[in-house]
Every structure is written in structure tokens, then in C-alpha cells.
Design a protein around this ligand. Structure first.
Ligand code: ZN
Length: 258
């Protein structure tokens, strides 16, 4: 009993304020990140995060520029509280498909142990999807560390690039999403501006396919250069083109890749 009390106190000292964690939470230190969560969650996530960090560094050809924290939230209510604070909106309530987020200094995730009851569209037992989801968020962390706006504040219009890159670099641009994209192109139902790509049912296919096209057309070094852009206009000047040309060439590329 005494040990338990001391352990609780020790933990409280580690997280003296603003902590939503219960007394059974632990912290595991990796050279690139510190993982905070229940032992069961840490056992599941630590090896996958480690593999994800390696994969992201390999994709970009450079290491993460600084350490970050990963927080595993035991319930959606505690995750919402964190997001309310981060996004400055005390009324924010997340949608059931939202289970994680990533910015330069932190990655937040809802414990996969409660996805069955507190989330939709995600299955903890689908280990491939879990690996890709973690890698997606790690791309956001890496991106934030290489952008003048580390939390992407004010960059909503660039969702096509922020999300598209994370989708593409985490292999979430799968055959089902590409099939959905081809259907849109065939029906001539593609949005007319990049700003509208990260919205609606086909947002993963639309945004992810732009990142894939950029990588295959301009090469990885240009993808790396685009990390520092804070707006679509700036991205167009890096590409030395305009949005209409990009949309035209992107569509021709995917039409030819049927
Ligand atoms: Zn994302």
C-alpha cells in the first residue's frame, strides 16, 4: 500500500498540472520521443511508434529535428479536453472518426482499447491500419518541425498538402481510395480548387493523390522543400507554376494511370 502511494505521488510530481492521467500511467523515453500512457497502451504503441519514426525519417531522408511527446488518452472526454485547450475552443466536441492528432511538439491519440466503444471507422485489431495511422500523425509531427508554423495555425486552406502528404507518406493512398478518385475523375466531379480537396468522402484519395503526383513528378527534394510552405500560393511559387496548371497536370497524370 505504501509503495502504491509513493508511486502515485511520484507520478503526480512528473505531471504536476494539467494532467488527465490516472495514477497507473507510465512514461517511456525513446531517443526521439517520450510516450505517456497506460502500460497496456504503451506496450501496443511503443514498437509501432518506433517503426513509424524510422519510416518517416527514411521517407524524408533527414531525422526529426527535435524530440516530441506522445500522449495516449484513456477516454474521448479527456482527449477532447486537450483539443479544446490546444485549439482555443472550449466547446469543441470531436467527431467519432477523430482519434489522433499531430503537431511539431506532440502527438495525441485516443487509446485503441476504447476505439470499439468511443470511436467509429477505426478497428484496433487492424494492425496495418493502426501502423499507417500512427505514421500519418508522425508525418504531421515531422512536417510541423520543418514549418514556420509548428502547429499549422492559420493553415487550414493548405489541408490538401498537410493531409495529402500525411496520407501519401503513410501509405494510406490504397487501391480503394484510388478507385474512388478515378470514379470522380471519370464523372468530372473533381473539386475546382486545391483548397476543397481535403473535404468530403474522397478527401484521402484527392489530397493523397496530389502528394503522390508531386513526389513522382517533381521528386522527393521538392517535397522536402514544400514542407516549409505556409500557404498554397507559396507552394505554387516553389513549383514555379499556378494552381490551374497543377490541377490540370494532376488530373492528366491520374487519367493516364488507370
Ligand atoms: Zn492528418
Amino acid at each position: 500500500m505504501r509503495f502504491f502511494a509513493l508511486f502515485t505521488l511520484g507520478f503526480f510530481l512528473l505531471f504536476p498540472s494539467g494532467s488527465f492521467f490516472a495514477q497507473t500511467e507510465i512514461s517511456i523515453v525513446h531517443p526521439k520521443f517520450t510516450l505517456h500512457g497506460a502500460p497496456e497502451d504503451s506496450a501496443l504503441l511503443y514498437p509501432r511508434l518506433t517503426a513509424g519514426v524510422d519510416a518517416v525519417e527514411q521517407f524524408f531522408g533527414q531525422p526529426f529535428s527535435r524530440k516530441f511527446d506522445v500522449y495516449v488518452f484513456p477516454h474521448r472526454a479527456s482527449l477532447d479536453k486537450q483539443w479544446q485547450q490546444d485549439w482555443g475552443d472550449p466547446t469543441f466536441q470531436s467527431a467519432c472518426w477523430m482519434v489522433a492528432s499531430g503537431v511539431a511538439h506532440r502527438l495525441d491519440i485516443l487509446s485503441p482499447r476504447v476505439w470499439a466503444t468511443e470511436a467509429c471507422e477505426h478497428k484496433a485489431a487492424d494492425t496495418l491500419a493502426l501502423r499507417r495511422l500512427l505514421q500519418h500523425e508522425l508525418v504531421h509531427v515531422y512536417h510541423g518541425q520543418h514549418n514556420p508554423k509548428p502547429d499549422f495555425n492559420g493553415m487550414d486552406e493548405m489541408g490538401w498538402w498537410i493531409e495529402g502528404l500525411a496520407v501519401y507518406a503513410s501509405e494510406q493512398l490504397d487501391s480503394a481510395r484510388l478507385a474512388g478518385l478515378r470514379e470522380l475523375i471519370d464523372k468530372n466531379a473533381v473539386p475546382q480548387t486545391l483548397q476543397k480537396f481535403w473535404s468530403g468522402k474522397h478527401k484521402y484519395g484527392l489530397s493523397g493523390s496530389v502528394a503522390a503526383w508531386l513526389d513522382q513528378t517533381y521528386g522527393r527534394s521538392v517535397v522536402v522543400q514544400l514542407l516549409s510552405c505556409t500557404g498554397t500560393d507559396q507552394a505554387m511559387s516553389v513549383l514555379k507554376t499556378d494552381e490551374a496548371t497543377v490541377l490540370d497536370r494532376w488530373q492528366k497524370f491520374w487519367s493516364a494511370h488507370h
